[in-house]
Design a binder for this molecule. Structure first.
Ligand SMILES: C[S@@+](CC[C@H](N)C(=O)[O-])C[C@H]1O[C@@H](n2cnc3c(N)ncnc32)[C@H](O)[C@@H]1O
Length: 216
C-alpha cells in the first residue's frame, strides 16, 4: 500500500451493496464481531492508550464499546447507525445516530474529546480520509485514536479496496488514511493478535495534532 490514495480509482471506495446504510443497519445486531481473546486485546489497548477520566468518543459504535470495566471515564459518547444498539450500550453517556458515509463531518465541537476509538469498522468508511481529518479536529492536541480491526467483515458493506488487500496491507492503508488526513502524528501499527484466538487483531494508533493544525 505504498500508493498515494489519490492515485487509487474512486471505485475502490465503493461497496457491493450501495443501498443506504440506514437499511443495512436498520435491525439491531446484538452480537460480537470478534472472539473473546481478540476483544480482550482491544480492551488492553484502550487501557494503555486512553486517558482515565477523559472524555471518549467511540466512533462506529454499537451495544458494546470494549472499554476496561475497571477504568472510569468522565464521559463516553457513541456514534453509530443503530439506535437500539447504542441505547443498550452500558458504557455510553450519550449517543448519536449519524451516517458518516453521507456526512463525514462529525457533529461535535473542536477539541471535545480526549481520546477516540474505532473498532472493527474502519473498512465500512467510503470517505475515510475526510472522517479521519474531522476526527482530528474533535480531539484535543495529543489525544489518541485507537483503530482496531481483524480479518472478518460484512463483505457487501466493506469498500472494494479492503476486500482486495491482505492484513498487512490493510494496516498500511489505515496508516495512509491518517497520513493523508494531515492532522495526525506518532502513527503506530501494532499486531496484538492473541495466540489463543482464531481472530487476529491489528491496530493503527495516531495522536491528533489538534485543532491548531487547521489554522494555516
Ligand atoms: C462490525 S460493527 C462494529 C461495532 C462495534 N464497534 C464493535 O466493536 O462491536 C460495525 C459498526 O459500524 C457502524 N457503521 C457502519 N456504517 C456506518 C456509517 N456509514 N456511519 C456510521 N457508522 C457506521 C455500525 O453502526 C456498526 O455498529
Amino acid at each position: 500500500m505504498d500508493k498515494n490514495l489519490s492515485q487509487i480509482p474512486w471505485e475502490a471506495f465503493r461497496r457491493m451493496d450501495e443501498t443506504p446504510d440506514e437499511d443495512f443497519y436498520q435491525e439491531p445486531r446484538f452480537v460480537t464481531h470478534i472472539d473473546e481473546a481478540a476483544i480482550a486485546a482491544v480492551t488492553q489497548l484502550y487501557r494503555e492508550y486512553l486517558p482515565p477520566n477523559g472524555t471518549i468518543l467511540d466512533l462506529m459504535s454499537s451495544w458494546v464499546s470494549h472499554l476496561p470495566e475497571d477504568v472510569a471515564y468522565r464521559r463516553v459518547v457513541g456514534l453509530g447507525m443503530n439506535h437500539e444498539e447504542l441505547a443498550a450500550n452500558p458504557r455510553l453517556d450519550a449517543y448519536i445516530v449519524h451516517n458518516l458515509n453521507c456526512n463525514p463531518q462529525l457533529p461535535f465541537a473542536d477539541a471535545e474529546f480526549d481520546g477516540a476509538t474505532i473498532c472493527v469498522s474502519i473498512d465500512y468508511l467510503t470517505q475515510p480520509v475526510a472522517v479521519m481529518h474531522d476526527l482530528g479536529r474533535v480531539l484535543v492536541s495529543g489525544a489518541p485514536l485507537v483503530i482496531t480491526f481483524s480479518n472478518r467483515c460484512f463483505p457487501t458493506k466493506a469498500i472494494a479496496l479492503w476486500l482486495m488487500l491482505d492484513d498487512n496491507s490493510r494496516q498500511e492503508l489505515v496508516r495512509r488514511y491518517l497520513i493523508e488526513a494531515g492532522n495526525w502524528r506518532d502513527i503506530e501499527m501494532l499486531d496484538r493478535s492473541p495466540g489463543s484466538s482464531n481472530d487476529p487483531l491489528y491496530a493503527v494508533i495516531g495522536r491528533s495534532r489538534g485543532v491548531q493544525s487547521f489554522i494555516r
